[in-house]
Design a protein. Sequence first.
Length: 260
Amino acid sequence: MVKLAANLSLMFTHLAFLDRINAAADAGFRGVEFMFPYEFSADEIAARAARNGLEIVLFNLPAGDWERGQRGIGALPDQIDECRRGAAWALDYARRLGCRRLHLMAGKAPADPRNRRTLVDNVAFAADLFAPHGIDLLIEPINTRVDIPGYFYSTSEAALSVLSEVGRPNTKLQYDIYHMQVMEGDLARNIERLLPEIGHIQLADNPGRAEPGTGEINYTWLLPHIDALGYSGWIGCEYRPAGDTAAGLGWAEPFLNQTG
Ligand SMILES: O=C(O)C(=O)[C@@H](O)CO
Ligand SMILES: [Mg+2]
């Protein structure tokens, strides 16, 4: 079964954050993800999700000074303490929200040995913190051509290399189909090859991180194919709606309002 999660950081953005939870449920989603919940009460988010029968499937650890242009601090040697305090904060929220996947952003940094060591040690620290609570730590290669030039890793192989060095059973790959289309393509074959390492998938169309059906990726074929490969996780809808979010969900119709 294809399980779609509404990304509340990009979808239903005409509404206040907490009201997006209701809108996602009304649109037929059974799961939601978002980037950062920290400015909101975890208990309020949890209560809203519970009232709407929604699972909270993923969010990010704190990622540094976003306004100042930081996009993660996992690989930044000068912010190790901040990264690890953030892991503890994210764990507190995840336990209150019943969320079992947390994404650690590496940040904009050259992949030199010092930064890599910092990232490996931070990922291992966070994974060990999360493991007793049944929570997986995810890392996501992000395209450096369009969205985050200078990001620490932008290919699946680079992220897998970090996961291999970390060597923790609860660390997984966050495979963002849009980023991987931009950087390496060959989506169906790579998803099949990487399936054992994938802990979460996200989608958008290319170009433009756009609504499915408006670009070059054939999700009508790809989503059932991913299901047929045996992927049983969530697929986060991390795209910029073309207009009204709900009106643009025709592409998702076969996968919404599912029971079971
Ligand atoms: O930008 C993306 O893609 C994401 O998944 C964000 O959560 C930041 O990594
Ligand atoms: Mg993503």
